[in-house]
Ligand binder design. Structure first.
Ligand code: MV4
Length: 504
């Protein structure tokens, strides 16, 4: 086993990785920025080294400093977590050259999946279906794009080849509006990734976003670990994930088909370690490869809860050169898990990030509840990093029980000092659409954004009266589907009871 692992990350995921190392008997090294001197990952690790100032560019993105620290302290492996350096093939390459194990895939696999055009072409060759779109890889000129667009058909999406996560993405409804949208997408991609290349895909409407977790060892063994439903997002930020997907639910045939395709996609790039294949699944259960995330994901705990497998420990074992401890037949899904991402943001004010000291925090515990967090009372939430401060994960024997348990856990969770999106999650747990599993990627933004009050708008009394009537009407219509939180509504509970009886 490794003697010492350097964790090149911060927050809850750094803590998660340190915990896995501790249980494996591996020493740990934390790195931190000036804003994170008091962070939990620094306290939990055996050693900790300062990287630099708070901005990521001067700290967690300093690959040179991180390699240097690893060398000096004698770490034999680096775990990158997610974000920061996790999907930088040049960083994985540098680790390799320094004879430090990168706990993740080979640089070539990161690079192949990092360019979405190359990824599409590579998995297509392996027999994986992708959304119809451009087939050429490399730089496509505006003229190339305009020429192939009618053949693909409208509506379509312009996507950044260096992208992922929706940056540089534009929806196109007609050829006429395309030139301007190509320019906008290129500009955004250039600003975000330093690469303005784009490609085209037919827009799949009303689809679900479902991903498959895979594990692969260095000897060509690849297994899939079931799916995660990730359709509940806002502005391409996932808010809540669940495993299994209520859409796939008891369609074991579809699950196995998607799993096998995910394995094929991973094998197409000789993938090693933990990875995730993202699919779009349409109403008729057709599924299309979207992209592969060549890293440990935020939402990995829900898969751990339903499979009983510690994905981070498996990652470390695989990097050390062990064979997979499981075969496909060993993977049995048990029960249902939900993750709520707890963000320091105000759901009542446009989900505006909220910073400040955590004055008080009381975590939910008890049966079937897991909280992964990197913060504690006294810790200061700064604006330098992403606003997720904790992941609240619950397990239940059935999906309905998981929902009831999540309600209980959310009610127990108290954080004083910053705003959090806990009220959003409570509203979601009370939504009949959510309970019924009847949602797609548009659900949060179309029907679930909480009041975006704009106090600065001048009030015209007539407009206000009309708006009031319209709002009351919309509310009355919605109330059939969404029950307000903290209102004790018997029918809501009856509904769960009925749903449970039907699904027994
Ligand atoms: C799509 C799509 C529909 N059709 N591609 C969003 C981020 C990136 N991972 C891929 N994404 C999507 N790609 C095609 N061809 C729908 C999404 C998508 C989405 C789009 C708009 C609003 C919310 C979304 C949530 C998940 C996925």
């Amino acid at each position: 086993m490794f003697k010492k692992v350097l964790v090149a990350n911060r927050g809850e995921i750094a803590v998660r990785i340190i915990r896995a190392c501790r249980e494996l008997g591996v020493q740990t090294v934390a790195v931190y920025s000036e804003a994170d001197r008091q962070a939990l990952h620094v306290r939990y690790a055996d050693e900790a080294y300062l990287l630099g100032a708070a901005p990521s560019r001067e700290s967690y993105l300093r690959d040179d400093k991180i390699i240097d620290i690893a060398r000096k302290c004698g770490a034999d492996a680096i775990h990158p977590g997610y974000g920061f350096l996790a999907e930088r093939d040049d960083f994985a390459q540098t680790c390799e050259e320094a004879h430090i194990s990168f706990i993740g895939p080979k640089p070539s696999a990161i690079a192949a999946m990092g360019d979405k055009g190359v990824a599409r072409a590579t998995v297509t060759k392996a027999g994986v279906s992708v959304v119809p779109g451009t087939e050429d890889v490399g730089n496509l000129s505006d003229e190339d794009l305009l020429a192939v667009a009618p053949g693909i058909g409208f509506p379509l999406l312009i996507k950044a080849t260096a992208g992922g996560g929706g940056k540089g993405m534009r929806e196109v409804r007609s050829l006429g509006e395309m030139p301007d949208l190509i320019k906008a997408a290129r500009r955004e991609a250039e600003a975000s990734f330093g690469n303005g290349n784009v490609y085209l895909e037919k827009l799949v409407e009303g689809a679900r976003h479902i991903e498959i977790q895979i594990l692969a060892d260095q000897y060509g063994n690849v297994i899939h670990m079931g799916e995660r439903e990730c359709s509940l997002q806002r502005r391409h930020q996932k808010l809540l994930e669940e495993a299994p997907s209520p859409f796939i639910n008891d369609n074991e045939t579809l699950r196995q088909k998607m799993g096998q395709v995910a394995v094929k996609a991973a094998q197409a790039v000789e993938y090693v370690n933990a990875g995730t294949i993202e699919f779009l699944v349409d109403k008729d259960s057709n599924f299309y490869f979207l992209e592969m995330n060549t890293r440990l994901q935020v939402e990995h705990p829900i898969t751990e809860m339903v499979t009983g497998i510690d994905i981070v420990k498996e990652q470390i074992r695989i990097a050390r050169g062990r064979q997979l401890g499981y075969t496909q037949e060993d993977i049995k899904l048990n029960g249902s898990a939900i993750e709520c991402r707890i963000n320091a943001e105000n759901p009542y004010n446009g989900f505006l990030p909220s910073t400040g000291r955590i004055e008080h925090s009381l975590l939910p515990t008890g049966p079937g509840v897991r909280v992964d967090t990197g913060v504690y009372p006294g810790f200061e939430i700064t604006p330098y990093y992403d606003p997720m401060i904790a992941k609240l994960v619950v397990w239940g024997e059935t999906r309905a029980q998981a929902i009831l348990r999540m309600r209980r856990a959310l009610a127990e969770y108290h954080i004083i000092g910053v705003h959090t999106n806990i009220p959003f999650h409570q509203t979601m747990m009370d939504s009949h659409r959510f309970m019924g599993g009847q949602y797609d990627t548009r659900f949060v933004e179309e029907r679930f954004d909480m009041h975006e009050l704009d106090a600065n708008k001048a009030v015209n009394i007539d407009v206000a009266a009309i708006m009031g009537v319209l709002a009351a009407h919309a509310e009355a219509q919605r109330s059939a589907q969404i029950v307000r939180r903290n209102v004790r509504d018997t029918s809501n509970w009856k509904w769960v009871g009925r749903w449970e009886r039907i699904h027994r």
